[in-house]
Design a protein around this ligand. Structure first.
Ligand SMILES: [Zn+2]
Length: 384
């Protein structure tokens, strides 16, 4: 299927992103092979590569890079980064060389033949408006590279980067990869820059994506406003509903709590797997000298130390859901028993069953929002 990239002309073939729908039995075979070879291959892949690997991810790589930059700020150093985008890496990579590398690691003729057959002469055909295209070749490999260099002054840093780039160019040539000049960028990260105050683009496609990296940004408020209006929309509440209650009605934790949780989870994961550059950087982060900076690792450590729990934190703000069942779940009570002797003090028990409290007409009656229901809630000794 051909999907038109946003904002591109529908008349150009290059404006389309092809998406293949593969046969399920083929995908099953691929998965069987992957499960067999992955543990062996994984030992030979450098930790810098996080793509297509278990327990690794893109956000972690971005956080590793920002951790490096942030750590160098603390050491009064600057960082130059080249972001390299390879054009059609999957199609152009030197397949024979790749297969030779594979055989060196997995010396199995049958397996390498099988893989080679999967990669050679893979054709795809695009169907559009009932018409078929001619066929082309397809091949897969991971791309997207960033190389970073720290330095005292930008000039010195640029020379080192140029040297690095020359080495990379030879590597690209060998592997038949071509950096895409339109999408390859060079950035210098330093603090004496007015650009640092540039506004965060609030038109994020997925608003929590990569949150561990930007959760300390001064611009999170703008994202929050957008998120709150979405929660208002989902829950269908009246406009005057206070912000803390939006989370309760839409059953989505408040943005900041979700960001903190994402940050904490990533750090806990990184600590338990240890096979990433993020872990390597976090092992020797410097002491905080610049009081104005709030690096994510400081925040993550605080969160882990205070045993941050998103569920508890969230409900603290509104005080809702304080029945025995929920309090027990959140480890705030030793038992979920009701004082009437029932073994669980849950919502349904309180509204419909509890001899000490129940509402005559039950939960359905409460949903009618009658004067009686209102009085019952007001007199209730539990915040639900
Ligand atoms: Zn009861």
């Amino acid at each position: 299927m051909a999907l038109l990239k946003p904002g591109k002309s529908s008349m150009e073939a290059s404006s389309y992103r092809p998406v293949s729908l593969l046969s399920v039995s083929y995908k099953l075979l691929e998965r069987l092979i992957l499960n067999r070879i992955q543990p062996t291959l994984d030992k030979h892949i450098p930790i810098e590569q996080a793509g297509f690997r278990n327990n690794r991810g893109c956000v972690e790589q971005v956080l590793a890079l920002t951790t490096l930059i942030e750590a160098e700020f603390q050491r009064i150093l600057k960082t130059n980064v080249v972001f390299i985008d390879l054009s059609a890496a999957y199609d152009t990579v030197w397949r024979e060389g790749l297969m030779q590398n594979f055989i060196n690691i997995v010396p199995c003729k049958r397996m390498s033949e099988l893989l080679n057959n999967m990669l050679v002469n893979r054709m795809f055909q695009v169907f559009m408006d009932g018409k078929k295209s001619s066929t082309g070749q397809k091949f897969q490999f991971t791309d997207d590279i960033a190389i970073a260099h720290t330095c005292k002054d930008m000039k010195e840093g640029k020379n080192t980067l140029t040297n690095d780039f020359n080495i990379l160019e030879r590597y690209f040539h060998k592997w038949r990869l071509r950096p895409n000049p339109d999408k390859t960028e060079v950035y210098g990260f330093h603090l004496n820059n007015k650009e640092a105050n540039r506004e965060l683009n609030a038109k994020l496609k997925c608003i929590k994506y990569g949150a561990p990296v930007w959760s300390n940004s001064a611009h999170t408020g703008k994202v929050d406003t957008l998120l709150n209006s979405v929660m208002r929309l989902i829950s269908g509440v009246v406009h005057s509903t206070p912000i803390p209650w939006l989370s309760v009605f839409s059953n989505i934790a408040p943005p900041e709590i979700r960001r903190n949780e994402a940050l904490m989870r990533l750090f806990i994961k990184t600590n338990s797997y240890k096979n990433s550059i993020l872990y390597k950087y976090l092992e020797n982060v410097p002491d905080i000298r610049l009081k104005s900076r709030k690096p994510p690792w400081v925040k993550a450590r605080d969160l882990i130390q205070s045993q941050f729990c998103s569920a508890t934190k969230w409900q603290e703000e509104t005080g809702h859901g304080r029945c025995g069942h929920m309090m027990f779940k959140r480890k705030l009570k030793d038992s979920q028993e009701c004082d009437c002797g029932n073994d669980s003090e849950n919502m349904r028990h309180i509204t419909d069953e509890c001899p000490n409290r129940r509402f005559e007409l039950g939960i359905n009656g409460i949903n009618e929002v009658t004067k009686e229901a209102f009085e019952w809630i007001k007199d209730l000794d539990i915040e639900i």
